[in-house]
Design a protein around this ligand. Structure first.
Ligand SMILES: [Mg+2]
Length: 249
């Protein structure tokens, strides 16, 4: 039996299953902020951007609120990724200065965001070794949302692609995304686990599609990915670190 209800006898959110699950599960991994740090890079750029703006009247919190609103609107209109992020930084500047950004300002913003533009990837601790071990026991897949080309480049430079039976890059992760994935690849939801840092994109829609989930919070998770995870849901395993997967799978 691999039903999640047999794996935890308590509704205590800190409770963990007593025994590892049997081999032959399908483990689907989120990428950004699960396999590698991503939002932290964006946060560093935003800090530098706020220093660079030096607004005469608005403080950092007020400017950050404006930028968050612009980012939320642009995510809906244009999706995710560094191109959309740069666009948001430019629009925030234009909003604050009440005029178009100059070519020089655009170049300076690009310079602030060089780590993002070059798609640098910093793996979280133990990720490569953990995937290597898990891959001998289970089928691994990767499911990431964002700009197709940008996500693919990060996967390429991560050197992790060989661990996965399938790599799926989608525009958004909604319930129907998970339902479609299980249907297309004949996955059995009860033996399938979505592993990620985002309640909104990874945990809650996967649960609604009938899968199990592993929630590994990342302290740098983007504000737009925040949501509640039902603490009474025994189908969600909550772990502190990626390497803790080895104790359960
Ligand atoms: Mg993520």
């Amino acid at each position: 039996m691999t039903s999640p209800t047999t794996r935890s006898t308590s509704t205590d959110p800190t409770a963990t299953p007593n025994a590892p699950v049997p081999p032959g599960q399908v483990l689907i991994f989120d990428a950004d902020d699960t396999l590698w740090e991503m939002n932290q890079l964006f946060e560093r750029v935003i800090e530098d951007y706020l220093d660079w703006l030096e607004h005469p009247t608005l403080d950092r919190t007020a400017i950050r609120r404006i930028l968050d609103d612009i980012e939320a609107a642009n995510a809906v209109a244009h999706g995710y990724g560094s191109k959309v992020f740069l666009r948001s930084l430019g629009e925030c500047l234009e909003h604050l200065r009440a005029r178009p950004a100059t070519a020089r300002e655009r170049a300076e913003i690009d310079e602030l965001a060089v780590a993002l533009i070059e798609h640098r990837v910093e793996l979280l601790p133990g990720v490569a070794q953990t995937l290597d071990t898990l891959g001998r026991r289970h089928q691994l897949r990767l499911l990431t949302k964002g700009d197709l080309e940008e996500q693919q480049r990060k996967i390429d430079v991560s050197n992790l692609a060989h661990h996965f039976a399938g790599i799926h890059i989608v525009a958004e992760k909604r319930v129907d995304t998970y339902v479609e994935l299980t249907a297309t690849h004949a996955l059995e939801p009860a033996r399938t686990w979505m592993i990620g840092n985002s309640p909104k994109s990874d945990i809650n829609p996967a649960r609604q599609a009938g899968m199990n989930a592993v929630f590994i919070p990342n302290q740098h998770t983007w504000v737009l990915e925040h949501d509640e995870v039902d603490p009474a849901d025994t189908g969600v395993l909550r772990l502190d670190a990626f390497t803790d997967l080895l104790d359960h799978f």
